[in-house]
Write a protein that binds this ligand. Structure first.
Ligand code: NDP
Length: 293
């Protein structure tokens, strides 16, 4: 058997198309342009690439994009003052502070300073609490994208056995919450889990978010399972170049799984598209407008 490859690039393009149409409708019928502010502190090369991609796709979707690039020595006081200003800015509906931050800045303090209604990354403690208690929340983009791909492939997820490997606040925990919301039976595995291979091999849905290259191989996977690989790892190849791989050993797992997301081209593109979706959601909630799906 060879797994269906879930094309995250194509799914993201479809989602961006739907978002662009809704943005157009918001503009023409309500005179509102959704706006996303992205704050980057320092010059981390990977973060710069992410911020550029986000700004380009925001503009392509017809939204306003506001970029704030700050020196890496920026004080917490100055960063919090900028966030206050963005919280109050009516043109800004979504605020994203690119992580990681330089060591002298507290990520928790900075993220929790963002107005929860504008917290399009869904990392604010109020949004984590809302998600955990089943209330309307801004949902972190990566798990949101994973759920959309799972629903697109499997339809109703009720009753399925789901295993999430990884328990970070930005991926593993919200992923488990979302799967629970979809009525899956959810297990969260992590670095201390015993018999992790056996636990994963029971999963109808296996989400890998451990940040360890090519770790999950065919022995961990139930035949026919849907495998979502969140991992993004840069590894060196024998010829001295680097390439991106996931947490799943794609070549072995694709022979067993029913469907699998590739790296790159799987979860990554959906994450950025979900940022746009969250900005649109934030904008419609702030203005009390409802748009047809
Ligand atoms: P973290 O490092 O914050 O969390 C990793 C989690 O995996 C921890 O809970 C850790 O367990 C667990 N873990 C580590 N090693 C093992 C192991 N050998 N067996 C089982 N569990 C293990 O990572 P993130 O959640 O931030 O990211 C995970 C991956 O997803 C990374 O590769 C990251 O680059 C990628 N990523 C991709 C995104 C995308 O858009 N596609 C977005 C965000 C992240 P413990 O808690 O016990 O330490």
């Amino acid at each position: 058997m060879s797994a269906e490859i879930i094309d995250g690039k194509a799914a993201a393009a479809r989602l961006r198309g739907r978002i662009a149409a809704q943005v157009e409708q918001l503009k023409s019928e309500h005179g509102i342009t959704p706006g996303l502010a992205v704050v980057l502190v320092g010059e981390d090369p990977a973060s710069q690439v992410y911020v550029r991609t986000k700004a380009r796709q925001t503009a392509e979707a017809g939204m306003a994009s506001f970029e704030h690039r700050l020196d890496r020595n920026t004080s917490e006081k100055d960063l919090l003052a900028l966030i206050d200003q963005l919280n109050a800015d009516e043109k800004v509906h979504g605020i994203l502070v690119q992580l990681p931050l330089p060591k002298h800045l507290s990520e928790a303090v900075v993220i929790n300073a963002i107005s929860p209604e504008k917290d399009v990354d869904g990392f604010h403690i109020a949004n984590a609490g809302r998600l955990a208690t089943g209330q309307d929340a801004m949902v972190p983009c990566t798990p949101l994208g994973c759920i959309m791909m799972l629903r697109e492939r499997l339809g109703d997820l009720s009753g399925l056995n789901a295993v999430v490997v990884g328990r970070s606040n930005i991926v593993g925990k919200p992923m488990a919450q979302l799967l629970l919301r979809e009525n899956c039976t959810v297990t969260t595995a992590h670095s201390r889990t015993r018999n992790i291979e056996g636990i994963c091999a029971e999963a109808d849905i296996l989400v890998a978010a451990l940040g360890r290259p090519n770790t999950i191989n065919a022995d961990w996977v139930k035949p026919g399972a849907t495998v979502i690989d969140v991992g993004i790892n840069r590894i060196e190849t024998p010829d001295g170049k680097t390439r991106l791989v996931g947490d799943v050993d794609f070549d072995s797992v694709r022979k067993v799984a029913g469907a699998i997301t590739p790296v790159p081209g799987g979860v990554g593109p959906m994450t950025v598209a979900c940022l746009l979706a969250n900005t649109l959601t934030a904008c419609t909630r702030i203005h009390g407008v409802s748009l047809p799906a």
